[in-house]
Design a protein. Structure first.
Length: 583
């Protein structure tokens, strides 16, 4: 067919693959195109040539001619593929990449059950330095996925693993064929759950991966409406089910999920509804639930969509470690009791319980410290308003943390939030600002973006939803404040049309040092987010005006028995956050 291009054996040269990617895929792509790039063969790793890899190695695809004796042709590096994918996804959001190859140092995909220590089928190119990987390595991403792009990448293994053969074909390809023959309408995520199980059962050191923002879309299907869901990992249990998500994913006890047949991508597919469940217990990456309603069996890989979120106890746990000074301890206890009667944002916990803030004495000062020992503030314990200062800081931090928790897993909205870093900005005589000298983004050991005092960050917020949205940018600052950066107070709150963006919104990084979070919230209905600010020029609303306002009021005022908030009752909304460390 004219819409398929196959390059086999001697036709699969580096120049031909890259050329056809541009000529056949990129040039012919349209917004509505469904695009598949499939590579089956050898993968390898080679010395990084532009210092963009943390381990000093590039992942590569081995072409038919990339092992010529003279070493004139090199592999296709991940950087080259990334540039092409960036161009392709600018023209179409429906892109699938399948790489059935290994990205290990030996440069081969093992044959049948050949062990990882076998002799490679192809020798390394002249002049290419290759690292010998740990065959049992269980870390690292595929290495081929650019950030912030809307497509799905399916790869045979992690970036330091081997991919094996099965019956003359790649083990992952064989598993994919088997799964989609059984269920052609499956989602990418559900497909890869079965593929991983099949491949890993036969080759324990091979771990197929899936990455990208469209993992919950139907396999090779139209874009349509896609909602985030959690997979059921148990099989046809009449009393309870187990979900493949837990505390680390924001799942909470008491939340309600609607369960649909495997392959469902939206709660609009009402004929696929199987029942409802309620979360009863949590582990870091798993959740147990009881069945509330059912219309049939709930099989493994069923899709669970959150329809009512239980926010639970929103009070911030504080450890008051003040036993060394009875007078101060008594004053603080009294202040906490008064606060609880008024706002109920914090609760005192014992030394063996989890806490967000620890308050302790250091000489003549009360010190407020996070669990990572990052100091928030020092207060003179002898000051007449010491307890007032203490409660003010704790209240601000509690509100800040509650705003961080606001999210809507059931949302069908899609916003993109990107950032660039610049050294400085200069203002001319007319007040126009020019940003100067772009800087590479740097990260800490924990993977957080690292910014220096005085840096300028340029933000771009894009509405990738199919409908207009109202956009709000909240700055959860290191001083405990919550500031609404966009829209400005008094500015018209106009919806952003689908496909448009807010560009060149600049912020200058200012002290104090610590973790700063920017949170973008997009809603289908205009909402008063000024109620969340810490500037003090607005009072707390006494009566919520809408369900969304009710949710914001919950974050502001705290609760020890927070009610279930149904995301859909507030109109559709979603959020994304960007965290960075100020040095």
């Amino acid at each position: 067919p004219s819409n398929i291009k196959m390059l086999l054996d001697e036709d699969a040269t580096k120049a031909n693959i890259l050329g056809q990617f541009e000529e056949f895929l990129i040039k012919n792509a349209t917004k509505d195109s469904q695009i598949l790039f499939y590579f089956s063969g050898h993968g390898s790793r080679t010395t990084d040539d532009n210092s963009d890899e943390s381990d000093g190695m590039d992942e590569t695809l081995v072409t038919h001619d990339s092992r010529d004796p003279a070493g004139k042709v090199s592999d296709i590096r991940d950087d080259e593929l990334e540039q092409l994918l960036t161009q392709l996804t600018q023209k179409s959001d429906n892109v699938t990449i399948i790489l059935d190859c290994c990205s290990s140092g030996s440069g081969f995909r093992g044959e049948d059950a050949t062990p990882a220590t076998a002799v490679p089928r192809l020798a390394p190119s002249i002049g290419e330095e290759r690292a010998v990987p740990n065959a049992n390595a269980n870390d690292g991403r595929t290495g081929f996925l650019p950030p912030n792009l809307n497509y799905v990448l399916v790869s045979a293994c992690k970036d330091k693993e081997y991919a094996y053969e099965h019956n003359g074909h790649g083990a992952m390809t064989s598993a994919i064929n088997e799964v989609i023959r059984t269920n052609p309408n499956i989602t990418y995520r559900a497909m890869m759950y079965d593929v991983y199980t099949k491949v890993n059962a036969e080759f324990s050191t091979q771990n197929p991966q899936i990455e990208g923002s469209r993992r919950d879309a139907q396999l090779f299907g139209n874009l349509g409406k896609i909602e985030r869901f959690v997979e059921i990992t148990s099989d046809n249990n009449a009393e309870k089910v187990v979900l493949n998500a837990g505390q680390a994913h924001g799942v909470t006890v008491g939340s309600i999920y609607a369960v649909y047949k495997p392959g469902t991508t939206s709660t609009d597919q009402e004929s696929n509804l199987l029942g409802k469940i309620e979360i009863t217990a949590l582990k870091p990456f798993q959740a147990a639930a009881k069945v509330l309603e059912r219309s049939g069996d709930i099989p493994k890989n069923a899709a669970a969509f959150e329809i009512a979120h239980q926010y639970g106890d929103l009070r911030m746990p504080v450890l008051f470690d003040l036993a060394g000074n009875a007078a101060i301890n008594t004053k603080v206890k009294s202040a906490v009791e008064k606060h609880s009667n008024r706002e109920d944002l914090i609760k005192s916990v014992a030394a063996n319980e989890r806490y967000d803030i620890r308050v302790f004495l250091d000489g003549g000062s009360m010190v407020l410290e996070r669990p990572d020992q990052f100091p928030l503030k020092k207060i003179d314990a002898a000051a007449s308003d010491a307890t007032d200062q203490l409660m003010d800081v704790l209240t601000k931090e509690a509100r800040r943390l509650n705003v961080l928790q606001l999210e809507n897993k059931a949302s069908s909205l899609n916003i993109e939030f990107t950032v660039e870093r610049w050294e400085k900005a200069e203002e001319d005589a007319f007040g126009d600002v020019e940003i100067i000298n772009p800087l590479a983004l740097e990260t800490t050991e924990e993977g957080l973006m690292e910014l220096n005092e005085g840096n300028i960050i340029q933000l771009t917020i894009t509405n990738k939803s199919t409908q207009p949205v109202h956009v709000y940018l909240l700055d959860l600052a290191t001083d405990g404040g919550v500031y609404l950066r966009f829209p400005a107070e008094g500015a018209q709150d106009s919806p952003m049309p689908s496909g448009e963006n807010i560009k060149s919104y600049h912020m200058r990084i200012t002290p104090p040092q610590g973790l700063n979070v920017l949170k973008v919230i997009a809603t289908t209905q205009p909402t008063d987010f000024f109620s969340l600010t810490q500037s003090g020029y607005r009072s707390v609303p006494t009566a919520p005006k809408s369900p969304m306002d009710q949710l914001l009021n919950l974050a502001w005022g705290g609760s020890r028995n927070a009610e279930v908030i149904k995301p859909k009752s507030v109109g559709d909304w979603t959020s994304k956050k960007l965290s960075f460390m100020i040095r």
